[in-house]
Design a protein around this ligand. Sequence first.
Ligand SMILES: [Zn+2]
Length: 264
Amino acid sequence: MEWNDTGIVIAKGLFKEADLWLRILFREHGLATAFAFGGARSRRRFVGCLDVMNLIAVRVKQPRENAYLGLEEAQLLRGPRRLREDPKRAGLAANCLKFLDALGLPEGAASEGFALADEMLARLELPEPPDFLFPYSFRLRLAGLLGYAPDFETCASCGQTVSGPAVFYPRDGRVLCPACAGRRREAGIGLSPAGLDVLAIVQQNYPLSWPADDLPAAERRKLAQAIDGFVEFYLGYTWDRGRFSRALRRGPSEGDASSCSFKT
Ligand SMILES: [Zn+2]
């Protein structure tokens, strides 16, 4: 079986002496590992286009069902420029791509996941660098593709549309209006109407349409805290020393989580 697709190189490594393995996010075929046989030596077939973060057009061959995917041909469509020169931007992109690789994508969400990664890389090429909330926004958007999308616009207790500030409870994945939050013992994260708007917009749009970072720094830190808590609790991943490690899911009444590191 052979097919053509467009892909973003997420990771790569040497396999045996002359071959490369690649993690590629394909626009139509989703996240997959493919091998470029002879790719470490052949300059002709792959013309130096198999670098991480490159957008490539590929022809892929799968000899039989469940066999390895082999890259037959690849052509560079777009490579990062600012990203290669700016370690900070490259770090943000790597963080997002590692998260995507660690969590994977459900079947049927390939094109949305591809658009998210593609626009993430495109956003990082713009002259104005994004602020620290950017990778958190990426995680929130990806969580939505995986089926975890908290409603930031409705109080989960009384059902009223939230028109002012509200309180977010990461472990519940929901917001409560101040009146309902006042009846709970547990403390949540207080968010302003502007902050809630940012979360709702991020959830429904791709990175090039995310709002500019015009919230006060303290408010942005709260958004990051809200997303982090939510992602850790529901998806079980936390960023730790340069990689995402998987903490075992905690129930509200359980004690400390044991964790195991996740191989990337
Ligand atoms: Zn309420």
